[in-house]
Design a protein around this ligand. Structure first.
Ligand code: DGT
Ligand code: CA
Ligand code: CA
Ligand code: ZN
Length: 577
């Protein structure tokens, strides 16, 4: 039982109660309980197991008893009974973009739909469009969501699996026969989504380590187990490969299994030109006279070929080998260089923590400033603020700031970019804020030309400091809307508008493939977690990995600047920045 397991059970109870039309307060208590468990500062699983969860805000008596049962026995009778009231397949429906409890309930009760397969059949037979609250458009969208789900069935979010990777690495490290341990593959390269994990260990007992790997607690089933490699499927469906190699092979195996395949092909080509054949075991000379270089660390493999060390994030064969040969690789930005962050939500719109709580967490993370940007009024589904509530928030921020030393909250807004590219707030209101993030939250179906014009028009506004989540994509759930990246980047350069790297795990938007171009045009990046809770601020580390993948250096990332510099920048008119 982990903290995340406990939080998930509470969340699922909330969903089940929603399906049953239970009291909304009760439902909210479970949902808040889940967040409290996630954010709790301390050994919550252990405390729950020992029945010591007393006097904790957000965990009442009923919840405390349930968490105790769950943590001490690994089961919860209340939850199991509730779950048994519905067919198991019904829960798949919640994975589909756009389907919440209300719609799921309607589908189940009116049409007896109890699985994704049922839903697909019903949509194809045109039976869903006629339901109250659905319509022909929704039916089409549901079919699209179903087909996306099938495409992504074996794909996982980079940001979603990092705790799991950490757990498995830790367990492998504890193995007495293992010396070096790492994860390679797309995970190490910080691809936004990964298909499988590639673990690598050095050991003198490869077979034993492979066998033990297949018995890890996270494993659901064993796909293969041999002398030097094993493959398993984890309980969450993710496949994991393990390769067990000798200590001398380790750097070569690490280089090979980190990939990408394209990078490796190009690297092998370089090696061959120098009379060396390179594979996952080492160098072999292609003719008698050649000397075999030694390599105990991965960097020595690159050095032997006359290259600077190439950080894993850059290994996509997108110019990194040429830059390594010319000694012009960028010095990539690091997490410790971040001084603050922008674009975060609070209870004023759809966040779950207050201004003060968000600021406390930012200070806890060692940041000097925190930008708040709650939704604007057009985002009514997210409880967006109108002018009066926004001004109240500005005042509340000023009050809090008066009490801080060496820390500041910047008052902002995530203002909706309306269909025609105008903004949801008037200029004179925006002028009262420290900064503003402009984002598209509706009318996703415009043509590429119209969407690009819409976004550029918003960036031309002198009060728009930065552009939020450029494409609106939700990884594995919703495709990006059509937009011309190159034109948006040019417009950002011209209008001195910052582009955000939204590092919410589902977004990672703007995509890493565009950052080098933006950087070279002088466009600044702001790494923004779009946090809706204190925990959300912890995604900055994920943002850094994607910024690195996009070739960004410290000087390209706005929020590496110290507080005074940022405050001065925000006061300077855009055209003079
Ligand atoms: P994915 O699809 O998210 O798992 O992406 P990767 O890059 O982790 O791909 P994976 O797990 O199939 O293989 C791990 C690495 O092993 C890959 O990045 C490069 C290397 N590799 C695998 N197959 C080949 C191959 O046929 N040729 C070469 N040169 N390298 C390969
Ligand atoms: Ca992989
Ligand atoms: Ca693999
Ligand atoms: Zn947004």
């Amino acid at each position: 039982m982990t903290r995340e397991n406990m939080a998930e059970v509470l969340e699922e109870i909330a969903r089940l109660l929603e399906l049953k039309d239970e009291n909304p307060f009760k439902i909210r208590a479970y949902r808040q309980g889940a967040e409290t468990v996630r954010n709790f500062d301390g050994e919550i699983v252990e405390l729950a197991a020992n029945n010591e969860l007393t006097g904790i805000k957000g965990i009442g008596d009923a919840l405390r008893d349930k968490l105790h049962e769950l943590a001490s026995t690994g089961r919860l009778e209340f939850y199991e009974k509730l779950r048994a009231e519905f067919p198991a397949g019904l829960f798949e429906l919640f994975d589909l973009q756009g389907l919440g409890p209300k719609k799921v309930k309607a589908l189940y009760e009116s049409l007896g739909i109890a699985s994704v397969a049922d839903l697909q059949a019903a949509c194809e037979a045109d039976r869903v469009a006629g339901l109250a609250g659905f319509g022909a458009k929704t039916q089409v969208k549901i079919l699209e969501a179903i087909s996306l789900r099938a495409t992504f069935a074996d794909t996982f979010l980079l940001g979603g699996i990092s705790p799991l990777v950490g757990e498995i690495l830790e367990l492998l490290r504890l193995h007495p026969e293992v010396s070096r341990v790492t994860v390679a593959g797309s995970y190490r390269r910080a691809k936004e989504t990964v298909h499988d994990l590639d673990f690598l260990v050095s050991t003198k007992e490869p077979k034993l380590v492979c066998e033990d790997f297949t018995t890890l607690p996270q494993v659901e089933s064993v796909i293969a187990c041999g002398e030097t490699k094993a493959s398993v499927r984890l309980k969450n469906g993710l496949q994991c490969d393990l390769r067990a190699v000798s200590n001398t092979q380790f750097p070569f195996a690490l280089q090979y299994f980190t990939g990408s395949k394209e990078h490796n092909v190009a690297l092998r080509g370089l090696a061959l030109k120098q009379g060396l054949s390179l594979n996952e075991y080492g160098f072999t000379p292609t003719h008698d006279a050649a000397v075999i270089p030694e390599a105990n660390e991965e960097a020595e493999i690159y050095r032997a070929l006359g290259l600077d060390f190439i950080e894993p994030e850059l290994r996509e064969n997108r110019g990194e080998l040429e830059a390594a040969a010319d000694q012009t690789l960028p010095k990539l930005v690091e997490l410790a260089q971040l001084r603050g962050t922008f674009h975060n939500h609070t209870t004023a719109s759809d966040g779950i923590h207050t201004l003060a709580a968000m600021a406390d967490e930012a200070m806890e993370l060692g940041l000097q400033y925190l930008g708040i940007a709650d939704h604007s009024k057009s985002s009514f589904q997210a409880n967006g603020l109108d002018a009066a509530r926004l001004l109240e928030q500005v005042e509340a921020i000023a009050k809090l700031n008066a009490g801080y030393e060496n820390f500041q909250i910047f008052a902002g807004s995530e203002v909706d970019i309306l269909r025609d590219g105008t903004l949801d707030f008037e200029d004179d209101l925006l002028a009262k804020l420290d900064y503003c993030v402009a984002s598209v939250h509706a009318s996703f179906t415009l043509s590429e030309v119209e969407m690009t014009r819409r976004i550029c028009r918003a960036m031309e506004n002198p009060h728009v400091t930065m552009l939020g989540h450029l494409t609106g994509r939700l990884l594995l759930k919703r495709e990006p809307y059509a937009v011309n990246h190159a034109m948006v980047i040019d417009c950002a350069a011209e209008t001195r508008t910052i582009i955000e790297l939204n590092c919410s795990p589902m977004r990672l938007d703007m995509d890493w493939r565009w950052w080098k171009r933006a950087r070279d045009k002088g466009v600044l990046c702001s790494i923004n977690p779009d946090a809706h809770s204190t925990q959300g601020l912890h995604h900055l580390g994920l943002g850094i990995r994607l910024a690195r993948k996009g070739w960004l250096r410290k000087q390209d990332v706005f929020n590496t600047r110290p507080l005074e510099a940022v405050a001065a920048f925000l006061k300077t008119p855009k055209a003079e920045r």
